[in-house]
Design a protein. Structure first.
Length: 490
């Protein structure tokens, strides 16, 4: 079992990057990024990783977790840096596995930035794009590889990637990798890595499944968390609007019109549960005169990048996204997050609304809920340990609109316990396999049976599996004002 350390964030104000004793070449890159002090997860994790300990980190995107593992990894493998052109002098020493290509790309950008003054090479491989360029890069030799599991297995299968000299393994967003069904792929990959290695696991939650994964693959890990939190920051104003399913699009139009009227930004992320729903909603909003773009698993990498850039530049005001596509995206603080429907997994709700109210700024998290979703709302409220306020939709006339069930509703305690479920809620009943971790590689370092390669999942296909019900903590967004803008030099 993990060795627990203090869950209290180390007061990072007293720690500087210089205290870590990182090589000057790494320090220089950090300074160039404009970081003045480590974030809490960095302050806590980096010393342990530098000591060679296995580590479980409870942290989400936005906490600075990437640098928390990339910086000490660079330090630990720096002794292997070589200016030789020979590929043989550049075997893979560190492997970072991520669930989605977006996250892989972001981690790779971090790795390239922080190692830029060293002779270490890094690269990223992910599915859904041509293999040729990746093959050429891998053949040339690289020390730090960031990969999504399915594509890495492709490269291993064609003998382009060799993991026999990997010393450090990172499982990033491990909870999401399990949700996406990557466990068999992870098992196959990990069993190709020498047992004498350091393993780091980062996850938004330490669910029983994650703990089991850690038991199988980590040795006496130290646990670090920035904080425990099952609720959004106080800076997020949360509102529920009860809206009939067919009226949700019009409700969004109303909400944005009302924001305009109040002089608030119209920029928002709108979460949907399915790719088809995502694409359909973006098109419908466009027809309603809202500058909208969709980002989901069926979009090519190029399309996603274009959409995200357009959103960042303001050319798109409503980014309609699925959870998987939005996961790991480095989207700046959002003034408003809208849940077009509630997620099947209550923890995803916290991830979603965590996109707003960052770094002390205020934000609105709005959820449109129809009768069929009341059970999901119950789950969310249970997880957050609070009731969410139900409010009427803004009273604004829009052309063709105003059909929503926007009567004020104040839920009585009786109503919360006696909700009627007029339509069936999505299935949450099928349990995960009794023991998905059918062997423990430290005891039995055999190769796993050839598992089916999950190309669909690799191309970041399936939405998070509703049936994988997770319990446990949800780590906090960084303490108010602690991250990002808080530390970057202006
Ligand atoms: P991450 O959680 O790793 O995705 O990081 C989120 C954002 O925080 C990225 O834009 C990083 O560049 C930024 N960041 C990471 N570490 C620091 C730091 N110590 N100070 C300021 N910003 C940071």
């Amino acid at each position: 079992m993990p060795t627990e350390t203090s869950a209290e964030p180390t007061p990072q104000a007293t720690i500087t990057f210089a205290d870590f004793g990182l090589d000057p070449l790494i320090q220089k890159a950090v300074s160039e990024q404009g970081y003045t002090s480590p974030t809490p997860i960095q302050a806590q994790a980096i010393p342990h990783v530098l000591l060679g300990q296995d580590l479980m980190g409870a942290a989400q995107t936005g906490t600075g977790k990437t640098a928390a593992f990339v910086l000490p990894i660079i330090q630990r493998i720096l002794r292997h840096a070589s200016s030789s052109a020979s590929p043989a002098r550049h075997p893979i020493r560190a492997l970072v596995l991520t669930p989605t290509r977006e996250l892989a790309v972001q981690v790779a950008e971090n790795a390239a930035n922080y190692s830029r003054h060293t002779d270490l090479r890094s690269a990223v491989v992910y599915g859904g794009v041509d293999m040729k360029e990746q093959v050429a890069t891998l053949r040339g030799g690289i020390e730090i590889l960031i990969a999504t599991p399915g594509r890495l297995l492709d490269h291993i299968g064609s003998k382009v990637a060799n993991l026999s000299q990997v010393e450090l393994l990172v499982l990033d967003e491990a909870d999401r990798m399990l949700d996406m069904g990557f466990l068999p792929d992870l098992q196959r990959i990990i069993n190709l890595i020498p047992a004498q290695r350091q393993t780091l696991l980062f996850s938004a939650t330490f669910s029983p499944e994650i703990k089991k994964l850690a038991q199988s693959y980590l040795r006496n890990p130290v646990t670090v968390e920035v904080a425990r939190q099952n609720a959004a920051a106080d800076t997020v104003r949360q509102v529920i609007h009860m809206v009939r399913s067919g009226d949700k699009e019009k409700a969004i139009v109303k909400i944005l019109a009302s924001r305009t009227e109040q002089g608030l930004s119209r920029q928002c992320i709108i979460f949907t549960n399915s790719r088809m729903g995502c694409a359909r909603l973006a098109r419908a909003l466009e027809r309603d005169g809202i500058k909208a773009g969709a980002i989901h698993g069926d979009k090519s990498q190029g399309e996603r990048t274009l959409t995200l850039d357009a959103f960042k530049s303001g050319a798109i005001e409503a980014l309609v996204a699925t959870d998987v596509a939005a996961r790991g995206l480095d989207i700046p603080a959002m003034p408003c997050v809208i849940n077009h429907e509630l997620p099947f997994n209550a923890e995803d709700f916290i991830h979603r609304i965590g996109r707003t109210g960052r770094a002390g700024s205020t934000g609105d998290a709005i959820a449109l809920v129809d009768d069929s979703e009341k059970r999901l709302l119950d789950d969310i409220e249970k997880l957050m340990k609070r009731k969410l306020e139900i409010m009427p939709l803004p009273n604004i006339d829009i052309p063709g609109g105003n059909e929503s069930d926007d009567r004020p509703r104040h839920r009585s305690s009786r109503e919360t316990t006696q909700r009627s479920y007029s339509t069936p809620t999505p299935s949450r009943t099928s349990a995960p396999p009794a023991d998905p971790f059918f062997f423990t590689p430290y005891e039995s370092p055999k190769l796993a049976n050839k598992a089916e390669k999950s190309d669909a999942a690799q191309a970041e296909g399936a939405s998070p599996q509703p049936e994988v019900k997770k319990v446990g903590i949800v780590p906090a967004k960084p303490p108010v004002g602690a991250l990002l803008g808080g530390f970057k030099k202006k």
